[in-house]
Design a protein around this ligand. Structure first.
Ligand SMILES: C[S@@+](CC[C@H](N)C(=O)[O-])C[C@H]1O[C@@H](n2cnc3c(N)ncnc32)[C@H](O)[C@@H]1O
Length: 211
């Protein structure tokens, strides 16, 4: 399944940004900007964007960074990363790494924040478990993991497409995270709370550990 999704995204990469722009460009941009702001890191922060795709969130992260800061985008799809590379080449604080979210090639406590935008529902079973352990491992003490995902869409057609996406990921596990995401995140983090993203279409879970 992981390999299938990797190939799927390699192909989807060519149209991904246009697809997102079609149904949610302004909301998405504002939501991604808020996600970056909520990391709370200063100019020297080191931020990791997990499942970065075409790098949309990285562009918002780099706005808040100075010379000492950096943001790293990780994704397992070479196709998505190629698009990201083209989009982010003008920004020296942005780095891209091809890796699986469950096996992060970084040292312990390397980052001041980890973000994941519209990809967490795709991490399921052992991959989700491994990814959450890895996120905790690479985060500095007390620093946040921010997970942004779609809320259940109000429009019936969009909601149907949303369910198709969830089903394509393996219905049971995907629906589990949709209904119990606070509980799932609470198994890994000491403090977990949710804020609404602009446009009312997405939410951001903010998760921290005391140790
Ligand atoms: C819906 S896209 C979201 C991309 C981006 N975060 C955004 O907000 O536009 C999901 C991304 O997650 C990546 N992905 C899914 N499973 C992954 C895994 N196990 N490890 C790394 N990347 C993964 C896909 O390749 C894809 O780029």
């Amino acid at each position: 399944m992981g390999r299938f999704r990797q190939k799927y995204y390699d192909l989807f990469a060519a149209v991904y940004d246009r697809f997102v722009a079609l149904h949610a460009s302004d909301h998405q941009q504002r939501a991604r900007h808020l996600l970056a702001e909520k990391t709370g890191g200063g100019a020297d922060a080191k931020v990791l964007d997990l499942c970065t795709g075409t790098g949309a969130v990285l562009l918002h992260h780099q706005m808040g960074l100075g010379k000492g800061g950096m943001c790293v985008g990780v994704d397992f799809s070479a196709g998505m990363l190629n698009v990201a590379k083209e989009k982010t080449k003008a920004y020296p604080s942005i780095f891209l790494v091809q890796a699986d979210a469950g096996y992060l090639p970084f040292k312990n406590r390397a980052f001041d924040a980890v973000t994941c935008s519209h990809a967490f529902y795709e991490l399921k079973g052992e991959t989700r478990d491994r990814s959450l352990h890895e996120i905790k491992r690479v985060l500095k003490k007390g620093k946040p993991f921010l997970m942004m995902e779609h809320d259940l869409p109000a429009n019936r057609v969009v909601r149907a497409l949303f369910y198709v996406r969830l089903l394509s990921m393996g219905a049971g596990k995907a629906l589990e995270i949709l209904k119990h995401e606070g509980e799932v995140l609470g198994r890994y983090f000491d403090s977990v709370y949710k804020v609404n993203a602009p446009g009312g279409k997405s939410k951001i879970w903010i998760c921290k550990n005391n140790t």
